[in-house]
Design a binder for this molecule. Structure first.
Ligand code: PGA
Length: 260
C-alpha cells in the first residue's frame, strides 16, 4: 500500500488526477476506469476535465464502470449516480457514452442485472484503475459493515448512517433510497489498481482503521491492505490519525529521489 498525505483537498485531488492520467497514458489503446460518486472525488473529476481541456487528455478509448447506483432512481433523476457522473465528468470530456456503465437502478430483474454488470466488466478486460471513496462507516462502494469480503455485485440495504449521510442531497430523509446496487468487495479487489481518496477530519478515524487496523468486514475499506496495488491519497485532516504518517512521507520522498 502506498499512502500519500497531501496538504489539502486541492492537492489531494491533483495527486489523484496525476495518478489516473499517468495510468491512462500508459495504456492508450483501451483503458478501463472504475469510478465513484460522492463529494470526495469531485476535485479529481474537475482536474481530469481541466487536463482534457488544457492538455488534451484523451478519453475516447476509455471505458468506465461506476461502483454503484441507488435502486429506484432513473439515470435522469438528479440524485441518481448516473446523473451525477454526467454532470460532474462525462458531459465535459470526450468519452463515448456507449462506453459508460453505471448499474441500472431501474432494472426489472435486479439480480440478473448485477450478474450482467459483472460480465460486462469481465468482457471489457477488467478494471485497470478503480477510484474509491470511504464512507463514514468504512464502506467502499456500498459495501456496508458486515458485507462479505468476497462479495460480488448485488443489491444492498443501506445502513441508517449512510442514509443520513446522503440525506443532504435530498429534500428530506424519506426520499433517500434505502437500497442500492453495488459492486462487491471481491469485485473491487479485482481492479488492477485501487485508488482510495479521503478528505476532511470526519474521515480521520475510519481511514486510520482501514489503513492500519485489522482487516475486517466491519470496515470493508480495510481490504485495501490485501490489494497488491492500493494507493491511498488523503488530505492532512483525513490523515491526521494515521500512526505511520512520518514513514509514509519518508517513502514518498525516497521514491521521488529514486526517479531522479
Ligand atoms: P463522500 O462519500 O465522498 O460523499 O464522503 C464517500 C462514500 O460514501 O464512499
Amino acid at each position: 500500500m502506498q499512502v500519500f498525505i497531501k496538504k489539502d483537498y486541492e492537492e489531494m485531488s491533483r495527486k489523484a488526477a496525476e495518478i489516473v492520467a499517468g495510468e491512462m497514458r500508459k495504456k492508450k489503446d483501451h483503458f478501463v476506469l472504475g469510478l465513484a460518486t460522492g463529494s470526495t472525488p469531485l476535485g479529481l473529476y474537475k482536474e481530469l476535465i481541466r487536463m482534457h481541456r488544457d492538455e488534451g487528455l484523451d478519453f475516447s478509448k476509455v471505458t468506465t464502470f461506476n461502483l454503484d447506483e441507488y435502486c429506484g432512481l432513473a439515470p435522469d433523476h438528479p440524485q441518481s449516480y448516473h446523473y451525477f457522473m454526467d454532470e460532474n465528468l462525462f458531459n465535459h470530456i470526450n468519452i463515448d457514452k456507449k462506453n459508460v456503465h453505471v448499474p441500472d437502478g431501474m432494472a426489472k430483474d435486479l439480480e440478473a442485472h448485477c450478474q450482467e454488470y459483472e460480465k460486462m466488466i469481465r468482457d471489457a478486460g477488467g478494471i485497470d484503475l478503480q477510484v474509491l471513496g470511504i464512507g463514514g462507516d468504512g464502506h467502499i462502494a456500498f459495501n456496508e459493515p458486515g458485507s462479505s469480503l468476497g462479495s460480488r455485485t448485488r443489491v444492498k440495504t443501506l445502513t441508517e448512517e449512510t442514509i443520513e449521510d446522503n440525506a443532504r442531497f435530498f429534500k428530506n430523509i424519506d426520499e433517500v433510497p434505502k437500497y442500492a446496487i453495488t459492486m462487491g468487495v471481491g469485485s473491487v479487489m479485482e481492479a488492477k489498481i485501487c485508488l482510495l481518496l479521503a478528505n476532511g477530519a470526519k474521515k480521520a478515524e475510519v481511514l486510520a482503521k482501514a489503513v492500519e487496523g485489522p482487516i475486517t468486514a466491519e470496515i470493508t475499506a480495510s481490504m485495501m491492505q490485501m490489494h497488491p496495488r492500493a494507493i491511498i491519497v488523503v488530505d492532512e485532516e483525513a490523515g491526521a490519525k494515521l500512526k505511520r504518517k512520518d514513514y509514509y512521507r519518508h517513502v514518498e520522498k525516497m521514491v521521488d529521489l529514486l526517479k531522479k
